[in-house]
Design a binder for this molecule. Structure first.
Ligand code: GLC
Length: 741
């Protein structure tokens, strides 16, 4: 009888629609009705059977489990049609608790933006937020409530394939980008049907895997963790990230998934995070492999105690938590806390008021065919292209060029341009992606003769295509060569010991250069590659990463000067894999090598330059910029005072363009050693040819602070060097100031 009454009540519109009641009251009213089995069900997430982003467990009972109230979320289920079908099953459960749909919308849903590392190279926080905003608009129109993004792992080892997914090596830039991406995904707040929950991942320090080998152990000092790897996660909390995802790695011997210090002490304690934490795919069960627990029962207890609220795919919670409660090993209050956190988000998304509010097929069609999204993707892609070299101003090419040879294995493929972590959208093929060949045709197809040759494959040593490529090159006025790696050579489980441009592609370049024709090289990759032959001999190089669905048009915009490249590297490019790890904000050591001649008894390789091939913050333009008039409002600053910094930047070239002015500081003496440089601010500024602008920055205590030996966040009196640069190495202006007691 009681159940009948309850179900009757729930059917009435009134119960969940009492908006006046706070969400927490509404959560509690549902929690009170739930059995332990139903509570554990909310902590359970499965992969849909449509596609997979991890090792699949065959399980034909998912729908029945959902009807029984034993499933709280699905991932890899997209589209209004498919999500509606699953949600209808959820509505057959006793309490009709809506299902949560999560998806890796990492750099676009249908409209694909540049891979995150490429976008980071734009240093354009508005563009980065816009990209996430559009991704959320499209994904939410297709039934997705939650994206497993932004990935905010600092990464300094390009052997790690997931370097493509983050914002590079620097905590300051990484934090600004993390904030922008969370804001973009969540828009005007959960509850809007164009907002999705963000998910800061992978908590924490996953990018510091030893040897750049994915899933490998991470071992670092507390200070390094707090100073370098945690700041972007804190920025995500500050931006209001709804969820976090923990990580596969063990950190200093404790798997992140079972790491109470990370998830309870830092995230939910010190940072007061009120969202929920999802495990990574199967990571709860993987604690057995780590050798941190004996079996799934112990894994479940360890993870829930440590603060992992939802179990992605391992089934450890589903199969063991009830027993853990019965054995009094898991207090129900921990289960209740996890379930409250999950239900709160479902209420905030409005799913209890209308479980189908994200299942509007008309809105889906409109969002997935919005020309404004395509235009934005083209702009963000152009902003992400880094000009690495441009001898004798070979670029931009003239639109009156008569004959252009476009050569290489990446000229014609479409899907390659999407990079890793693209979304397979139901009913959408890759034809909408603009290939690099199509981009060139769109730009100059009516005025120039375009010649094509593949030349060679991405991998392998087949040179049989060289002859045709050489013939094509000889007939042209200029050659564009598009080379690099395959899109699936960077990404999850894609660590590489050799990060040279694969195959015989650089040999092809050598042959093409021998024709005497000018060659512009496009390098397509998800990570910094090593290409010292190209770096030395190609007259012009554009790093085009993986630029997404408008790649061809964006590349053509830059090649022909309709967009003046403005991107700057968010990560150091090594000269060889032997130089890894190499990053700009290193300590000085007791025997610093000041330059390439100074190597005896110096911290340097005797067989290699001390400098990376290209440093953090590096990127050229078709114009030039001059920095001048660096002024500080004072040179002695008390702890609670500020210093106003002003600097004038002038566009001294012939093209309108944008530059990223970077402000670095060096704390000359610290109770612990301090890096030789730290990025503390930047400004991306657009200037017409000949135009000047004065930029202003503020130095405050926060910018001077660091974690001392006892891990206190302090600013210590002493001398500071201030550097204004166009890159970490191209320092144009310097000054000093003192922090006094
Ligand atoms: C993967 C990734 C994680 C992703 C999840 C779901 O293994 O590590 O970043 O969000 O599984 O696809």
């Amino acid at each position: 009888m009681k159940l009948f009454f309850l179900s009757l009540t729930f059917c009435s519109i009134g119960f969940y629609a009492t908006a006046q009641r706070t969400i927490d009251q509404r959560v509690d009213s549902v929690l009170k009705l739930m059995t332990l089995d139903e509570k554990i069900g909310q902590m359970n997430q499965y992969n849909d059977d449509w596609n997979a982003t991890g090792p699949v467990t065959l399980d034909s009972t998912k729908r029945q489990q959902l009807r029984n109230g034993q499933l709280g979320s699905l991932l890899n289920c997209v589209g209004t049609r498919r999500t509606r079908v699953w949600q209808e099953v959820a509505m057959q459960s006793r309490l009709k608790i809506p299902l949560l749909f999560g998806q890796d919308v990492i750099h676009g849903y249908k409209t694909t933006f540049p891979i995150p590392l490429a976008e980071a190279a734009s240093w354009d926080l508005e563009a980065i937020e816009l990209s996430a905003r559009i991704a959320a608009t499209e994904a939410s129109s297709a039934g997705v409530h939650w994206t497993f993004a932004p990935m905010v792992d600092i990464a300094r080892d390009p052997r790690w394939g997931r370097v493509m997914e983050g914002a590079g090596e620097d905590p300051y830039l990484g934090s600004k980008i993390a904030f922008a991406r969370v804001k973009g995904f969540q828009g005007n707040g959960l509850g809007n049907t164009n907002a999705v929950m963000a998910c800061a991942k992978h908590f924490a320090a996953y990018g510091a895997a030893i040897g750049g080998r994915d899933y490998n152990s991470v071992d670092m000092s507390e200070r390094m963790l707090w100073e370098v790897y945690l700041p972007p996660f804190k920025a995500a909390v500050d931006a209001g990230a709804a969820t976090f995802m923990n990580a596969f790695n063990d950190l200093n011997g404790v798997p992140a998934t079972g790491n109470r210090y990370l998830q309870r002490d830092i995230l939910k304690g010190k940072w007061k995070f009120n969202g929920f934490v999802v495990s990574d795919w199967g990571s709860i069960g993987e604690m057995i492999q780590h050798g941190n627990v004996k079996n799934e029962y112990e894994a479940a207890l360890s993870a829930v105690t440590a603060g992992s609220d939802m179990d992605m795919e391992s089934r450890c919670y589903r199969n063991n938590l009830a027993q853990g409660v019965k054995d009094k090993k898991v207090p129900v209050r921990l289960i209740d806390d996890a379930v409250r956190r999950i239900l709160r988000k479902k209420f905030e998304l409005g799913l209890f008021d209308d479980p189908f509010r994200f299942c509007d097929a008309q809105r889906e069609q409109a969002a997935l065919n919005n020309p404004a999204h395509t235009a934005a993707a083209r702009q963000v892609a152009a902003k992400s292209i880094v000009l690495l070299k441009n001898e004798k101003n070979l670029l931009p090419l003239s639109k009156n060029t008569k004959t252009i040879a476009f050569i290489g294995p990446l000229v014609k493929p479409k899907k390659q341009n999407k990079g890793f972590w693209d979304v397979e959208v139901p009913g959408v093929d890759s034809n909408f992606i603009v290939s690099q060949w199509e981009g060139l045709q769109n730009k100059v197809g009516n005025t120039a003769t375009l010649l094509y040759a593949k030349g060679c494959d991405i991998e392998g040593d087949d040179r049989s295509g060289f002859a045709e490529a050489i013939e094509v090159a000889k007939k042209s006025d200029v050659v564009i060569l598009s080379i690099g790696e395959r899109r699936d050579m960077s990404g999850e489980a894609k660590s590489r010991s050799n990060i040279n441009i694969p195959g015989v592609q650089e040999d092809l370049l050598k042959e093409l250069l021998a024709t005497g024709k000018p060659v512009v090289v496009l390098i397509n990759a998800g990570r910094p590659l090593v290409f010292d032959y190209t770096a030395e001999h190609a007259p012009a190089i554009l790093y085009t990463w993986w630029l997404g669905s408008e790649a061809g048009n964006a590349i053509a915009d830059v090649l022909f000067g309709d967009y003046n490249p403005s991107a700057k590297l968010p990560i150091s490019f090594p000269r060889s894999v032997g130089q890894v790890p190499i990053y700009y904000s290193h300590f000085n050591t007791g025997r610093p090598a000041g330059n390439d001649d100074d190597k005896n008894y110096r911290s340097a390789y005797n067989d290699l330059s001390i400098y990376p091939q290209y440093e953090f913050g590096y990127g050229l333009s078709y114009t030039t910029f001059q920095y001048s008039n660096l002024e500080l409002s004072k040179r002695k600053m008390r702890i609670h005072e500020k210093i106003e910094v002003s600097v004038t930047i002038r566009n001294t070239g012939a093209y309108d363009g944008e530059d990223v002015v970077q402000l670095y500081l060096r704390d000359k003496v610290g109770s612990v050693v301090r890096p030789v440089q730290e990025l503390k601010d930047f400004a991306k500024v657009k200037l017409k040819a000949g135009e000047s602008k004065t930029l202003r920055f503020v130095i405050d205590k926060e910018k001077l602070s660091f974690y001392n030996q006892p891990l206190q966040w302090v600013a210590e009196p002493g001398d500071f060097e201030l550097m204004i640069g166009a890159s970490a190495r191209d320092i144009r202006l310097r000054d000093r100031f003192e922090l006094v007691q």
